[in-house]
Design a protein around this ligand. Sequence first.
Ligand SMILES: [Fe+2]
Length: 330
Amino acid sequence: MSLLGVQSLVYGVDDLDAAVRFHDDFGLVAVRRDPDAVDYALEDGSTVVLRRNDDPALPARFTTAPGVREVIWGVDTPAALNALRANLSGDRKVAVDADGTLHTRDDNGIAIGFRLFARKSLEAIASTENAPGDIRRWNTHRRWVKRAVPRCMNHVVFGVPDVDRAMAFYIHRLGFKLSDVSRGLGVFMRCDGRNEHHSVFFLKTGIIAWHHVAYGVQNVDEVMVGADHMQRRGWKSDLGIGRHRIGSSVFYYLTNPAGGMSEYSADTDYLTDDWQPRLWEPRFGNWHWLGKVPDAFMSEPDWDVSIIADTNKSFSELSGNAPPVKAMNG
Ligand SMILES: [Fe+2]
């Protein structure tokens, strides 16, 4: 079986006009614009679906705040989809659409679905960097870009009270791979058929909460161009641009009127099964880079990261006596 990442992210929104304006400005391409339904498609064939909160076709809400109502994961083969249906039907209700899409809940109550996904491969765009002693570009300027172009969804993030339960379900029932653990903060996992550092991150929070989605863009230039454009259009970011140590990605988070945040993400790590998961001190993993340094980062974090010797341990066991961490982005 292979899961190929998020095939569709389904929002239920209070203000559809604002949500559409945001996603248009963000750089997504609409493929359906009806009064109560707007769909966007990315280059790899995945979709972002906006519906009104009271749309009867949406699954019941699992969060108190508006936001994502369902994550539909892409599946590579009919046999894999059937195997998932048989497995999950053993201990939960699984509804099946006419097109074969499965709808159910994960062990924390988050609405999830599964659908066949012929994910399109992305065309390579050459992007070369110069550095002292390592000159790759002679008599050539960098590729100039006018707008950020989100090309795929790299990951989604939820807050859950029980991260152990999320980790067990996604690894043992859905075949996700453990990427890294941030001590006391949360768990990064990736689909078995995707290589970005993480496909999902579960943050430890008091209640179930939708947090953010990250869109892969070409490089740091596009993150900056996207940040400029979104600010000119009146959208807000709390953190500015930075780079995580966990996963290496450059980030820019924007508050999304559809709920939670949307992130431009560039230069993430890509992992294979040879990867050895690591245990991080949360502040050390976050590594803020540009703009105003948040209060929590005004003191230098400890240099605290190690390979996880026993990947069968739960998040709680790996976190030990680490105090609960105030939620940070990932
Ligand atoms: Fe992220």
